[in-house]
Write a protein of this length. Structure first.
Lengths: 188, 154
C-alpha cells in the first residue's frame, strides 16, 4: 500500500510536468528526490530532479555573474608598448657602447716600442714612448730638411740653367736682328 | 699553352718586383738587425699607430754608437749604404773631409716608404755629453706604412 506521502509526491510530479507547481512545491520535490531511500517506482525520476536542481542552479549563477567579455587590446596601445620596448633596447645598446668609447682612452699608439742597451731589450711604457716621440719628430724634421735643402740646391741649379737658356735665346735673337740690319744696310 | 706561358711570365714578373722590394734595403736592414745584439750599440724602436684605425702608421728605428767603441761599425754602415744605393729612389750624399758620405736614402717597398739617414751628432751637439752619451754616430730608419706621396713644399 502506497503511503500518503508517495501519493502526494505523485500528484506533485503530475502537476510539475504540466508546469503548474509553485516554487515551494518544486522545492519539496527536490528535497524528496535528494533522499537516498526512494521507493522503487519513483527512483526513475531522481536524475530528472538532480539535473533540474544543478542545471537550473548553474544557469542562475551565470545570470548573477555573467562572464566578462574578452577585450581586445586596442591597436594603439599595442604599438605603444612595442615602441617603448624598442626605445628601451636602443638606450641599453647606447649605454653599452658608451662603455666601449672609454676603451679609446686606454689605447696606446706606442704599444710594442722598446729599447736595447748592452744587448738587453726592454719594452718602454707609453709615457716614455711619448717623450721619445718628440725626439722622433725632430729626426723626421731633420730628414725633411735634408731633402728640402738637397732639392733646393737642385732647383737652384735648374733655375740657373733656365736663366742661362733664356739668355742664350735672347743672344740668338739679338744676333739674328743684327744680321738682318747688316743685310739691309749692305743692300742700301 | 700560350696563355699559360703568359700568365706564368706575369706571375714571375710580379714575384720578382715584390722580391725586389724586399731586397731593396737588404744590407741596411741586416746590419741594423745585427746592431740589436751588439754590446755598445743603443737601439730605440718606436711604433706609432693611428688612434682611430688602430693600424700602424710608422716604425722608427734609431741606432746610436760611438766610433771609439765600434771602430768598424761606421765603415760597415757606409758599405751597406753603398750596396743598397741602386735600389733607392732618392739619394742625398755629402762630402766631408774629401769623403762622400751617405746622408739620406729613400726606398719604396710596396705600400711603405722607408728612409735611412746617417748623422754625425757631434756637428749638432758638439761637446754635449748628455746628448752624446750613447755615441756620436746615429743611423735612423723611418718606415711609413700606406705611404702616399704628398707635396713636400706645402
Amino acid at each position: 500500500m502506497k503511503s500518503d506521502e508517495y501519493i502526494y509526491i505523485e500528484n506533485l510530479l503530475e502537476r510539475f510536468f504540466e508546469g503548474e507547481t509553485s516554487n515551494a512545491e518544486e522545492q519539496e520535490l527536490y528535497a524528496f528526490f535528494a533522499r537516498p531511500d526512494l521507493p522503487e517506482h519513483l527512483r526513475g525520476y531522481k536524475p530528472v530532479f538532480g539535473y533540474f536542481e544543478t542545471g537550473i542552479a548553474g544557469e542562475v549563477e551565470e545570470g548573477r555573474n555573467p562572464s566578462k567579455p574578452v577585450r581586445k587590446k586596442p591597436f594603439l596601445k599595442r604599438w605603444l608598448w612595442m615602441g617603448m620596448a624598442v626605445a628601451a633596447s636602443l638606450l641599453l645598446f647606447l649605454f653599452l657602447n658608451k662603455g666601449d668609447g672609454g676603451k679609446d682612452d686606454e689605447f696606446n699608439p706606442y704599444a710594442g716600442s722598446y729599447i736595447i742597451r748592452g744587448g738587453v731589450k726592454t719594452e718602454i711604457p707609453e709615457e716614455v714612448a711619448r717623450k721619445l716621440d718628440r725626439v722622433i719628430r725632430e729626426i723626421e724634421k731633420k730628414q725633411y730638411e735634408k731633402e728640402r735643402l738637397a732639392l733646393r740646391s737642385l732647383r737652384q741649379y735648374e733655375k740657373t740653367m733656365d736663366n742661362i737658356q733664356t739668355k742664350e735665346d735672347e743672344v740668338e735673337r739679338f744676333e739674328s736682328d743684327i744680321e738682318r740690319l747688316e743685310r739691309r744696310y749692305k743692300d742700301k | 699553352m700560350k696563355t699559360r706561358n703568359l700568365i706564368l711570365t706575369a706571375a714571375l714578373l710580379l714575384a720578382g718586383s715584390w722580391a725586389g722590394d724586399l731586397l731593396a734595403q737588404a744590407n741596411l736592414n741586416a746590419l741594423m738587425k745585427k746592431c740589436e745584439s751588439m754590446e755598445k750599440v743603443s737601439v730605440d724602436v718606436i711604433y706609432d699607430k693611428d688612434r682611430k684605425t688602430k693600424k700602424p702608421v710608422k716604425e722608427v728605428t734609431t741606432i746610436t754608437f760611438s766610433k771609439k767603441d765600434n771602430p768598424k761599425l761606421l765603415d760597415e754602415f757606409l758599405n751597406a749604404f753603398r750596396k743598397d744605393k741602386e735600389a733607392a729612389y732618392k739619394v742625398i750624399e755629402s762630402k766631408i773631409d774629401g769623403k762622400v758620405i751617405p746622408s739620406f736614402y729613400r726606398f719604396a717597398a710596396g705600400t711603405s716608404d722607408i728612409s735611412f739617414s746617417l748623422d754625425d751628432l757631434n756637428k749638432k751637439y758638439n761637446g754635449n755629453e748628455y746628448l752624446l752619451r750613447n755615441g756620436e754616430i746615429q743611423v735612423t730608419k723611418i718606415e711609413r706604412f700606406d705611404f702616399k706621396e704628398e707635396s713636400e713644399w706645402g
